[in-house]
Structures are given as C-alpha cells and as structure tokens.
Design a binder for this molecule. Structure first.
Ligand code: NAD
Ligand code: DAU
Length: 335
C-alpha cells in the first residue's frame, strides 16, 4: 500500500518531536518526514527510538531556503504539511526580533508557496494564543477564534503575520489550510529556557528561579500530548480555512507553577527570586476550546497529574537537559 506522506517542520523541537512520536505510534500507513534546521532548539535525541523506523525520515534543512524547499517537495510529493518550525521564545524575540521575522514569516511563506505549487491535502499551521495579545485578570474572559489579533511581542507579531499569510493563501488560492492556536504547552523534551523546564532544572540544581515581575501573570497550561491529539484531529477533520483554539482550562499564575514544582521536589521557596519584569509582559492567556471540542477533541491530562509526570521525566532525564545547560545556552541565560 502506498504510504501517505506527511512533512513535519520543526520536528526536532519540543512539540514537533512529541507530535512525530504520537503519529508514528498511532498510524502505520503514514511516512513522516522531519524537516528541521537544528537550531539551538533542535535536538534529535528524542527520535532515537524511531531513527531506524522506515516510516520516519529526518531531513536537515532550513525553511528560509526556498530553493531547497521546492526541491524537496518536487521529489517527495507530500500529502500533508504540519508546520511547527519557528523561533519560539518570547525573551529571545525581545533581544533579537530579526530572526523571528525571517523564520516565522518568510519561512512560512516559502512553505505555503511550495504547498501551493505541488498540491497537498492539508496544510496545518501550528500557531499560538499569543497572537490575540493579553486578557485582563477577569477569570470569565477567554480567547475565542473571533478575538482580534493584537500581538504584543516581536515573537507573537511574527506568528500573527504568518497566520495572516496562511489565511490569505486559503482565500486567494484555495489552499486547504487550518490554523491552530494553542496555549502554553508542557511535557517531556521542553527546552529548559521556558518557565516549567527552567524551574525544574534549576530547583534540581538548587539554583535560584527567576520570576518576572510579581509572578501574578497567568498562563493556561496544556500537556503537549493533548496538543498533539488536537493537531491530529484538525489535520484529518478540520474544515478548510478554519482556525481552532487549543487549551485545557488549566490557568495558573507563574508563582503557583513555580511553588508547585518546588513543593513536588521537596525544596524551599527561598529558591524563588523576583526579578525585573519582561518587557511588554502579557498579563493573562486563557483559551475557550469549545469550537475544537465540538469537532471531537477532549484533553486527557489535568495539570496536577501532567506536571507530576513531567517533573518525574526531568528527574529521570537529567543528562538530556544538563547537556543543553552546559552548552551555548549558558551564554544566553546570562544575557
Ligand atoms: P521549539 O523552539 O522547541 O522548536 C522549534 C524547532 O524548529 C526546532 O527544532 C528548530 O531547530 C526548528 N527550526 C527553527 N528555525 C527553523 C528553520 N528556519 N528551518 C527549519 N527548522 C527550524 O518550539 P516548540 O515549543 O516546539 O513550538 C513549536 C511550534 O508551536 C511553534 O510554531 C510555536 O510558535 C508553536 N507553539 C508553541 C507553544 C509552546 O508552549 N511551546 C504553544 C503554542 C504554539
Ligand atoms: O502561549 C503560548 C506560548 O507559550 C508559545 O507561543 C511560546 O512559543 C511559548 O514559549 C510560551 O510563551 P510564554 O512566554 O508564555 O512562555 P515562557 O515559558 O517563556 O514564560 C511563561 C511565563 O513565565 C511568562 O509569563 C513569563 C514567565 N517567566 C518565564 C521565564 C522563562 C518567568 O517568570 N521567569 C522565567 O525565567
């Protein structure tokens, strides 16, 4: 039987990596191509288990290299594209916005052109709730798919720009697309520059955990495997041209998240260090996922069990994150 070909971009990263595992385990008739430039955030350790699987192929490549991309499409004739590749860290976008525009906007446009030229069944663009800007602290307000785009950081502005291009390629060229906008993910292989893995790794090393501002900013945490099941559903059943928000109603202040981790690891809250606030720091994110739920999605993880399993994973995989912390990452963290 001819295998269905799926191009996953950014599959050496946190969510794309988990998505590839999820799909390879669930489907035997899909051949997954992982196109990744292996930036500082890319790492293939997570695919050791699958590197010899004939349904998996790694292709080192950069989505900003248009010619290379077109050639890959010409040779492989993909059926689906699931697009994760991006610069993803808000703090880095504040330090250096240029690479965010290059990768997230130009890279996405290149992929859209290739998908259009070679024809595909579906282009799933993995976006973020940050494109909606921020909510106030009123717990009854949520981001819906109709919330206006009001990105506040260079990262979210670059993602919003790419969302608009994806939308335009559907309206203009009838490219079959979906956009997903997910809240904050957590789980295995989360790069230790983001709040949860940064906190776990620093607490395990008895190092201070920096909390920006007063720690009262709120994020809506979703286990990465719940995000993967959402993308799987949208890829197969999403109505062309539609946007789907993804979130599991797990709203926590940053301080609550850090305190939960410190308690689970039996350490002292003296490790908390309140530091200068992030520039343009969004107050609160919270997702209304009802449109996706009507399509058939349901989250499986609640935060308490998900975070306990995640902490355990970091305890058991110290070598993975220690190698990252001992590399170039250290220079960025000091900055
Ligand atoms: P990540 O930073 O862990 O991984 C990004 C991957 O993209 C890396 O493997 C990197 O090597 C690759 N990459 C970067 N530039 C590239 C280029 N020019 N060409 C090819 N590959 C390139 O990111 P993540 O946290 O896994 O996020 C994946 C996607 O999901 C992003 O689009 C992000 O905006 C979105 N998202 C993330 C979250 C979250 O909480 N992490 C939530 C919602 C949406
Ligand atoms: O909402 C989805 C977004 O979630 C994704 O689009 C982004 O790719 C992803 O990085 C994430 O963005 P955030 O900025 O919300 O995640 P981060 O882990 O960087 O920060 C979470 C919160 O914790 C935020 O309010 C800032 C705060 N924080 C973060 C770090 C790294 C701290 O207080 N201290 C820190 O050291």
């Amino acid at each position: 039987m001819k295998k269905v070909k799926i191009l996953v971009t950014g599959g050496a990263g946190f969510i794309g990596g988990n998505f590839i595992h999820f799909m390879l385990k669930k489907y035997s008739h899909y051949r997954i191509y992982n196109l990744d430039a292996l930036t500082y955030a890319g790492d293939l350790t997570k695919h050791k288990e699958f590197e010899t699987n004939s349904n998996y192929k790694f292709v080192k490549g950069d989505i900003t290299n248009r010619e290379e991309l077109l050639q890959l499409f010409e040779v492989e004739k993909f059926d689906y594209v699931v697009h994760f590749a991006a610069e993803s860290h808000v703090d880095r976008s504040i330090i250096d916005p240029g690479i965010f525009v290059k990768t997230n906007v130009i890279g996405t446009q290149n992929l859209l052109d290739a998908a259009r030229q070679y024809g595909i069944k579906k282009f799933v663009h993995v976006s973020t709730d940050e494109v909606y800007g921020e909510l106030d602290l009123d717990p009854t307000t949520f981001f819906t798919e109709d919330t206006p785009l009001q990105p506040n950081s260079p990262y979210s502005a670059s993602k919003a720009s790419s969302d608009l291009l994806v939308r335009a390629y559907h309206e203009t060229y009838k490219l079959p697309v979906n956009i997903t906008r997910c809240s904050n993910n957590y789980g295995p292989y989360h790069f230790p520059e983001k709040l949860i893995p940064l906190t776990i790794s620093r607490v395990l090393n008895d190092e201070k955990v920096p909390i920006y501002g007063d720690g009262k900013n709120i994020r809506d945490w979703l286990h990465v495997l719940d995000h993967c099941s959402a993308i799987d559903l949208v890829m197969h059943d999403g109505v062309n041209g539609e946007v789907y928000n993804v979130g599991g109603h797990n709203e926590k202040t940053n301080l609550e998240v850090v305190q939960t981790i410190i308690k689970a690891l039996g350490k002292s809250e003296e490790l908390i260090l309140f530091v200068e606030d992030r520039l343009g720091h969004d107050k609160r994110y919270a997702i209304d996922p009802s449109k996706l739920e009507k399509l058939g999605w349901k989250s499986i993880y609640n935060f308490d069990t998900g975070i306990a399993q995640t902490i355990q994973w970091y305890v058991e995989n110290e070598q993975w994150w220690n190698e990252i912390l001992n590399g170039d990452y250290q220079k960025y963290f000091e900055k």
